[in-house]
Design a protein around this ligand. Structure first.
Ligand code: ADP
Ligand code: ASP
Ligand code: MG
Length: 405
């Protein structure tokens, strides 16, 4: 008998009608004599709404209460799914994270699953029941509710697959797999049959939010294959798995293109060019949980002063400006901010061995008169910062250049 984890995202359970449809998918797996564990996210829009409410109550909402609040959406969805399974005559019940329990580590809003005690749920599975587990949440060592970061139900599913030694983990969503780029941004995006963890991790971290980055990291660390499928149409999806030899597209160097929006660029011109200055600038930003992404420091022409440029999310601009202006430990000549920017990244393990990829990327963007503001690279990706108005055009030209159309 196989154990299968089925995870449903927000749009998949976004209405009563959708919940009725997903219970049919669950029952198809159950009728094949599998042990089925269901993991559900909140109905679409619910978590956003709860986050908004917390901000209306206080701009300094208690972090622990925040997690109690935003994790409630999952409880509703799970009870509705279990209720519908019962309606069809199947034994099913909802399981909140604390009832299992799912134990997490790390800060509120961004905790990670450390362990799952399987005994009670295992007993329930053996009795033939279908457990419907709330994604996105856990409890910490003080028995307080925690959440796993936005999109965190993916991580719940993967860690449940790990602790219950599942034979399969299927993530059902509103697209029928991982595409070469977000199909909502580029119509010619193509479905990828199989993608390796490292590429998926880069794509997810660089803006392809179809999978939560932490969940891909968990899958990689624990060697768990993930099938990504649509809950709307029955079609083969994408397998996220360990490194493999690419036969079908042996000449394909780039696997996917990701983009982020709402990026902002900060330039601090004329800072002292001496050891420790960058640390003095970034220390208070990190203490205030401002996520600094790309960083560039110009080579100092006179050895005395230099310019430092870095990117953050647009919503952090005001806070960052205040912190830098209030930082008495640094001096500079000018501070400038540039909002409405976007980061476009090309990703592919093939680039490790193929020369000239950077040049091709820059040339393709230049052919559409897209100005590059900041560049950053790693072994398997190249990212550029451009104006947000160019996102679609940049994706289209790069998709064509790297033969993904
Ligand atoms: P769920 O609610 O099921 O967790 P998400 O909204 O988190 O779903 O993720 C699905 C969305 O991810 C899709 O609707 C799609 O627009 C977006 N997406 C971004 N990049 C990609 C990509 N490369 N392939 C597929 N979908 C992508
Ligand atoms: N409901 C949560 C969110 O919207 C978790 C998830 O969707 O995976 O972020
Ligand atoms: Mg998601």
């Amino acid at each position: 008998m196989k154990t299968i984890v089925l995870k449903f995202g927000g749009t998949s359970v976004g209405s009563i009608d959708r919940i009725k449809k997903v219970t049919k998918i669950i029952l198809n797996h159950k009728r094949k004599k599998n042990r089925v564990i269901v993991v559900s996210s909140a109905m679409s829009g619910v978590t956003n709404d709860l986050v908004k409410k917390s901000k209306l109550i206080s701009n300094n909402f208690d972090k622990a209460e925040h997690d109690v609040l935003v994790s409630t959406g999952e409880q509703v969805a799970c009870a509705l799914i279990a209720g519908r399974l019962n309606h069809h005559g199947f034994s099913a019940r909802s399981w909140m994270s604390w009832q299992i329990p799912i134990i997490t580590d790390g800060p509120y809003s961004n905790a990670r699953i450390d362990k799952i005690l399987t005994k009670d749920l295992q007993k329930y599975l053996k009795s033939g029941g279908i457990p419907v587990v709330t994604g996105f949440q856990g409890i910490n060592n003080h028995s307080r509710l925690t959440t796993l970061g936005r999109g965190g139900s993916d991580a719940s599913a993967i860690m449940i697959a790990k602790f219950f030694k599942a034979d399969e983990c299927i993530v059902y969503t509103d697209v029928d797999g991982i595409y070469t780029t977000d199909p909502r941004l580029h119509k010619k995006a193509k479905k990828i049959k199989q993608i390796e963890y490292d590429e998926m991790l880069e794509m997810a971290s660089l803006g392809s939010n179809v999978m939560q980055p932490t969940s891909v990291q968990d899958a990689k660390l624990n060697n768990i294959d993930i099938s990504v499928k649509s809950s709307f149409i029955s079609k083969p999806g994408t397998l996220i798995t360990k490194s493999f030899k690419k036969k079908e597209f042996s000449n394909q160097i780039i696997t996917g293109i990701s983009s982020t929006k709402n990026d902002a660029k900060i330039t601090i011109a004329g800072v002292k060019d001496k050891p420790g200055v960058a640390a003095l600038i970034f220390e208070p930003l990190s203490k205030n949980l401002i996520n600094v992404d790309m960083v560039v420091q110009n080579i100092s022409l006179d050895g005395k002063e230099t310019d430092l440029t870095f990117t953050i999310k647009s919503e952090d601009v005001k806070k960052t400006e205040k912190i830098i202006k209030g930082n008495k430990k640094i001096s500079y000549r000018r501070l400038s901010f540039d909002k409405n920017l976007a980061k476009i990244s090309i990703i592919g393990v093939g680039m490790i061995t193929a020369p000239g990829i950077t040049y091709r990327m820059f040339k393709a963007l230049a052919s559409k008169k897209i100005n590059i503001m900041v560049i950053s690279t790693s072994e398997i990706k190249i990212s550029v910062l451009v104006s947000a108005i160019h996102v679609k055009k940049a994706i289209a030209v790069l998709h064509k250049e790297f033969k993904l159309d």
